[in-house]
Write a protein that binds this ligand. Structure first.
Ligand SMILES: [Zn+2]
Length: 411
């Protein structure tokens, strides 16, 4: 398994210009290669092969100084990326999904320069304070990072910032055993819930961030189209989005770290279509709650957050030699964690009150308990007993969440 080391770059104004130039050239190349394939098929029913385009790229570099100025392997990577886009397109056709033909990229949809053989192209100085990038120069790096041996590498532009990403081998350093296992549920009302009763909620900074973004969006819409001030406002808006994403990553890293440190085995729902549509179903169950326009950004961030959290848990678990178990999540939100009775009526908004045995708990925590139960671990490895959790208010996070929910109902 690979690990990505991401390091901030501090390019000078000139280096920044060259980086943006390389992005422009590779993007135009991508669009040109795409257009060539599309036209050849439309007009002559001819499929242009990767090999042909590779040869044409070589010819193009000989006659176009702009193209020749950009590192060759970055351009090979563009061709590879186009291949992947087409492979995904044909796979979707085969599976009867909406095909979605590969798209032409505008400058906002293109922010990555890839070096397939990064170790050949990018060279650190001895102290690892700078990295030499072909065609760009010797660029300063954020201090204090030690990047181990790496293979593939890429540079990304995020808003106005640049980062270098290095794909490294992951070192396994086992953590001490805790004798516990934990189930994680993708919550309907919160981002995720653990079988120990912890709710990983919608952190408050997201709500604050929403206000900030709304303000920048209004600023953009007040400026004249195509004007200099509008460009400035768009840059501020993009930067605000980036900061929120950074804050969210930080928050999720910490949540994942807590989970992995605390348990030997982590039980997750297997990824499938059902779990992807769960949150949408939750929205239908509580119409009017999540459809407010204001909730849009929070919702979108929450939906994409679970995937990120899951990925971070798995990566940290592999590094710590923890076990990750995947189970079928179907009906985990309706099943009782104590008596296994399955009934939709047991779900009451954020609470789960079993119609069979009267078990009462936060609905998402119940699902996390069910998920852990499905891993069929030995009872001795199960950790916290169900009795500790029967009163949702006994769990600090769940108590606060339920109190808020009661207030909402009362209002
Ligand atoms: Zn029950």
């Amino acid at each position: 398994m690979k690990r990505i080391e991401r390091v901030r770059l501090y390019p000078t104004a000139g280096q920044r210009r060259r980086l943006n130039f390389a992005l422009d050239v590779t993007r135009q190349l991508f669009n040109a290669l795409l257009q060539q394939r599309r036209d050849a098929w439309r007009m002559r029913r001819y499929s242009v092969s990767t090999k042909e385009q590779y040869r044409e790229l070589t010819a193009l570099r000989a006659e176009d100084a702009r193209v020749a100025a950009v590192y060759r392997e970055c351009q090979d990577a563009v061709l590879h990326r186009l291949d992947l886009a087409f492979a995904a397109f044909f796979r979707r056709i085969k599976q009867g999904e909406t095909p979605g033909y590969p798209r032409f990229r505008g400058h906002l949809r293109w922010g990555q320069l890839e070096f397939p053989h990064g170790d050949r192209a990018l060279k650190f100085n001895a102290e690892q304070t700078k990295v030499k990038i072909p065609g760009i120069g010797l660029v300063s790096l954020r201090k204090g990072r030690r990047v181990p041996t790496f293979g593939r590498a890429w540079l990304v532009r995020r808003g106005t910032h640049w980062f270098a990403c290095f794909e490294c081998e992951r070192d396994v350093a086992p953590l001490p055993r805790t004798g516990k296992s934990i189930g994680i549920d993708r919550g309907v009302h919160v981002l995720a819930a653990t079988s120990e009763g912890r709710l990983i909620g919608n952190p408050r900074f997201l709500a604050r961030a929403r206000l900030l973004i709304e303000r920048f969006q209004r600023a953009v819409s007040r400026k004249r189209r195509g004007g200099k001030n509008r460009r400035k406002a768009v840059r501020l808006l993009a930067r605000a989005y980036e900061r929120i994403k950074e804050a969210r990553r930080d928050f999720l890293h910490k949540a994942a770290r807590k989970i992995v440190n605390a348990s030997d085995a982590i039980v997750l729902e297997a990824l499938n279509l059902r779990s992807m549509t769960r949150s949408a179903k939750g929205t239908m169950e509580t119409p009017g709650r999540n459809v407010r326009a204001k909730a849009g950004l929070n919702r979108a961030l929450l939906d994409s957050s679970f995937g990120l959290l899951r990925q971070m848990i798995v990566e940290k678990a592999v590094e710590a030699a923890r076990t990750v178990v995947e189970v079928d999540p179907r009906y985990s939100s309706q099943e009782c964690a104590r008596c296994a009775n399955v009934a939709a009526e047991s779900r009451r908004e954020r609470r789960y009150v079993c119609i069979g045995c009267g078990f009462r708990v936060h609905a998402d925590v119940n699902a996390a308990l069910v998920i852990r139960g499905r891993a069929e671990l030995r009872p001795a490895a199960r950790g916290a007993s169900l009795e500790d959790l029967t009163d949702p208010r006994s769990v600090p996070d769940a108590g606060a969440e339920l109190a808020r929910c009661d207030q909402e109902v009362a209002a």
